[in-house]
Design a protein around this ligand. Structure first.
Ligand code: ADP
Ligand code: MG
Length: 386
């Protein structure tokens, strides 16, 4: 009876941990909007593989196969995506640091996956929204055994400069946004913040966070110099800090980084110059640094090149062996995007072909919290049996 339930609970927990590993790569294929167009995705396998065909070659010659932890086809819903993301989000409440990246060329669906589209349908909400709902829900479920505080920061990295997106100038009613550049603190082994000067807001509900994200998005657009496409030329990072204290006084601290990366498309160097070329070079560099860091972590190299980009430096303590990482590789399956699609898939394959070591909790104490939750579950299970 009792021991059996304990064992099952443990096994289930371990299974979820194994399943979710340390680095996961999911591929999401956007729908085709032009009804006439044919998809270059030939086939999605039951085993999460996909076959791409080169539209310029005869069928059999130009086929390539890729395999990921998950492949989501064009009919997958936001909820389908979230169902496979949720265990990771929940582990934030147990003291793990988690990074979720949206990678892909502009227009491939990164923002669709991550954010709640403004004016979008309630059932179309992205990971940011669903994750926060879940965190608030979990913290209220656990309120008898632990007390959580949830705070958020939102920044963007543009041309290797980190900018606070939640800085406000309250004295200016007409233009309340403030351009505030931030320094990254790299020595945060003591659990300190990597962006101590970024505006931090305590939040009590998903609605609070949505309001802040709206402010951040407005801030981003209004003060941008390249008005038309700034949002696709910078990385935006929403960080959710969770700190918890249980009834015995044990504490844990962890964070969830939700990252909408800059578009990964290569620009033709012969065609662009000036600002546009500089942007493109910064983006290429930081995306390839991200790939290098994840690969070096997986190979357990003694030197991890975090310092080669602002993005990896900022995330240093959330990417190391103590953390869990999920990357969504987004694909636009239209013919014109073949080249970018292959390069996205190759990048994603490089990042996923490797297995990081077992993830570790931030604080051993957080295990206590988990055991307490199990005890509650067991009590409930026993009560049901009576
Ligand atoms: P990105 O952020 O990568 O530039 P977006 O998320 O803005 O791309 O997507 C481009 C367009 O395609 C948007 O209009 C978005 O609503 C739509 N879109 C992207 N992915 C999906 C999807 N899975 N289902 C329906 N529409 C999508
Ligand atoms: Mg976008």
């Amino acid at each position: 009876g009792y021991h059996q339930v304990v064992k099952e609970n443990r096994d289930l927990y371990n299974m979820v941990q194994d399943l979710k590993g340390n680095i996961r790569v999911y591929c999401r294929i956007r729908p085709i909007f032009n009804e006439e167009a044919r998809s270059i995705v030939d086939f999605i396998g039951q085993d999460d593989s996909l076959v791409i065909s080169d539209p310029s070659k005869p069928q059999r010659e130009g086929r390539k196969i890729f395999k990921f932890n998950k492949v989501f086809g064009p009919t997958s819903s936001q909820n389908d995506i979230y169902a496979d993301t949720q265990p990771l989000i929940r582990s934030v409440m147990d003291g793990y640091n988690v990074c979720i990246f949206a990678y892909g060329q502009t227009g491939s669906g990164k923002t669709h996956t991550m954010s709640c589209p403004s004016g979008g349908l309630a059932n179309d909400m992205g990971i940011n929204h669903l994750a926060l709902n879940d965190l608030f829900h979990l913290s209220s479920m656990r309120k008898d055994i632990a007390e959580y505080e949830i705070q958020v920061q939102m920044v963007e990295i543009y041309n290797e400069q980190v900018r606070d997106l939640l800085a406000e100038d309250s004295s200016n009613t007409k233009y309340p946004f403030m351009l505030k550049l931030l320094e990254i603190r790299s020595c945060t082994a003591d659990g300190g913040l990597s962006l101590p000067d970024a505006t931090m807001h305590s939040v009590k509900s998903t609605a609070d966070v949505i309001k802040l994200m709206k402010l951040g998005d407005d801030n981003r657009v209004i003060s941008s110099t390249v008005l038309n496409n700034r949002s696709s030329r910078s990385h935006s990072i929403l960080t959710v800090h969770v700190s918890g204290k249980d009834i015995s006084g044990c504490t844990l601290r962890s964070c969830l980084h939700l990252i909408d990366l800059a578009g990964s498309e290569r620009v033709d160097k012969s065609e662009v110059t000036g600002e546009r070329l500089k942007e493109a070079q910064y983006i290429n560099k930081s995306l390839s640094c991200l790939g290098d860091v994840i690969t070096s972590l997986a190979q357990k190299n003694s030197h991890i090149p975090y310092r080669n980009s602002k993005l990896t430096l900022l995330l240093q303590h959330s990417l190391g062996g103590h953390a869990k990482t999920l990357m969504f590789a987004h694909i636009n399956p239209e013919r014109d995007s073949f080249g970018e699609t292959i390069s996205t898939l190759k990048f994603a394959q490089r990042v996923s072909s490797v297995e990081l070591g077992a993830a570790r909790m931030n604080k051993e104490n957080s295990e206590v919290m988990q055991l307490k939750e199990q005890v509650e579950n067991l009590k409930a299970a026993l009560a049901n049996k009576r």
